[in-house]
Design a protein around this ligand. Sequence first.
Ligand SMILES: [Zn+2]
Length: 467
Amino acid sequence: MRRCLLPNSLVRTSFAAQGRSGVRFLLGLGVAVAVLGGANPASGRSPNVLLISVDTLRTDRMSSYGHSRMTSPKLDELMAQGVRFTEARTPAPLTAPAMSSVMTSLHPHEHGCTRNGLRVRPNLVSFSKLLERRGYRTAGFVGNWTLKPELSGLADYFGDFDALLNRKRWFGLAKRESTAEDLNEASLEWLEEQVSDGSGKPVFLWVHYVEPHAPYRLRREYLKQIGVKAGGTFFSARKRYDSEIAYVDHQIGRFLESVGDLIDLHETLIVFTSDHGESLGEHGYWGHGRHLYDVTLRVPLAFVWPERIAPAVLDAPASILDIGPTVLALANVPVPGHFRGHDWAGVLNHGEAAPEGRVTLHQAHRASVQPKEEIEQLRQRGLLEIGRVVAGRKEIIRVTNQRRRIFDLARDPQEQRSVVEVSSEPSEELAAWLVEVRAGLASADELPPPSLTDEDMSALKALGYID
Ligand SMILES: [Zn+2]
């Protein structure tokens, strides 16, 4: 596992020609060139922006991040065409809080959505709205129930927004989601409409795929690809999870091929990431949300802009909070000063050194709100853990029992042995972070009260968010 933390060796640029591509837009580009400044100076156009997020995609189950199974060839190939981060983390390992953080570049206690079912505060600045003010047409297509407009409030950040939640993905269970194929069809239809009217306006399109979220469906057609024998009737949860990754990977490959038929991908910035990972039995639990171990904190993250961002692998610590500021900067849109994320445009464009001593901050909350809870209580009582990662060390405190741990991530990537006594006092920095998070949770000003229907409760329960 790469854990290089020396500032001057953070950027490992490779100018070698990439291998044969199954993704049409990548064909023929040959050797990438080092670049070259923000928005496209040749055409004067702002780039199109695609944000592709895959729910619950644990980094180390992708082949490019070291998994022995070939789960993600299309995504690996995509990321190899741009800058891929190996140490990116989510601020909170839960869907709606994490994606709200992506859109606003704020931590959950700041934007208000700390748990699934809580809406973001009104009138926040999202990077999608800033793109819209610059003439972009914006749309979001999401396949996870927790992101539906009535629950998350994220639809307000887009010109068009569609939560496709009509399909039962898993046999007869009352689990309303959409497949990657549904999302491809709807988002491509939208894109075609934008192109066909001849306005020439740039687009920002976000597609959020729900696979491989639990319950992990077996995708038999990908077993051979991932090296699992197809015979038999029982397949472990880990094998089923991997087969779902292979499925969504294939579908994203198809999506990108079709996108390349509609818009010029040389003028398109593609951002790929996930909202959080997944614990597959490690540390005594399955799922995500309740703890800050790296199996759920680490996410894939890549910025791809063919012929404009030189391919590289960065070991510098990053966060999905960085997506908004980086996209804005690459599109030559001023980045709001209050954004919490880092703007990587200088590193991506000019090979500037990554920031030294980067600190990433994290928080874990109970999963879903329930209608009977008072809004102040459901925010404050929902806090479970806070954490801080700097220089390869992660400090966590479990708020409910004051248990403190520090993990040396280079020596102990599985986070098995705390290097401090669990009863010791938290560092000044972590104590200050706890004070800040608690102050934010205590402020319920302007927070819209949650309104969950019986159908919402049923869907959230099926997703494992309500006990
Ligand atoms: Zn999620």
